[in-house]
Design a binder for this molecule. Structure first.
Ligand code: SB7
Ligand code: NI
Length: 183
């Protein structure tokens, strides 16, 4: 079972490098890893289990956060409208995005970062993501709002990018005119 002790923290090299493409159809071990990552997210959102194992709640997890240098991402959350997103993604890629940007007005955090970093994380408002799913089927998703933010946070981990790399260092709360707030 994955717990917080398995999650590497900022400064670890796997958070700073570009991860390797994963072969498809998935090898058994990669499929198992994605299942374990999804289980971690579900456990982290279950109050009782999270308390018992001291898990921080997470909506996504990327393999490099486990020190595993592979392009694998798990996502599990419900958006503000109650729409459910639960995916194991293999080699996810943003194939197109809006000109408009967006940021979460509450900022972002990361399971690999044990401190609060304040500021707006400027991202694309809308993205189209292509990936292979856990059953080896091609997947194409059009995402906006909170979901678009979460997927970009996770895909960034595959490219060695942390959320604070996208905060304006001179003025963390600067809002570009083409960026809208997501509450
Ligand atoms: C806020 C938090 C996340 C994504 C977008 C906004 C995910 C936090 C968990 N992770 O560190 C996953 O990489
Ligand atoms: Ni993160």
């Amino acid at each position: 079972m994955i717990t917080m002790k398995d999650i590497v923290r900022e400064g670890h090299p796997s958070l700073e490098m570009s991860a390797e493409e994963v072969e498809t159809p998935l090898h058994h071990e990669d499929r198992e890893l994605l299942e374990e990552m999804l289980t971690f997210l579900k456990n982290s959102q279950d109050d009782e289990i999270a308390r018992k194992y001291d898990l921080r709640a997470g909506v996504g997890l990327a393999a490099p956060q486990l020190g595993i240098n592979k392009r694998l991402v798990a996502i599990h959350f419900e958006d503000f409208n109650g729409k459910k997103y639960s995916y194991g993604l293999v080699n996810p890629k943003i194939v197109s995005h809006s000109v408009e940007d967006a940021y979460l007005s509450s900022g972002e955090g990361c399971l690999s970062v044990d401190r609060t970093v304040e500021g707006y994380v400027i991202r694309h408002a809308r993205i189209t993501v292509k990936a292979t799913d856990m059953d080896n089927n091609p997947l194409k998703l059009r995402l906006k709002g909170y979901a678009a933010i979460v997927f970009q946070h996770e895909i960034d981990h595959l490219n060695g990018i942390m959320f604070y790399d996208r905060i304006n260092s001179k003025n963390p709360f600067a809002t570009p005119d083409n960026a809208k707030a997501i509450d």
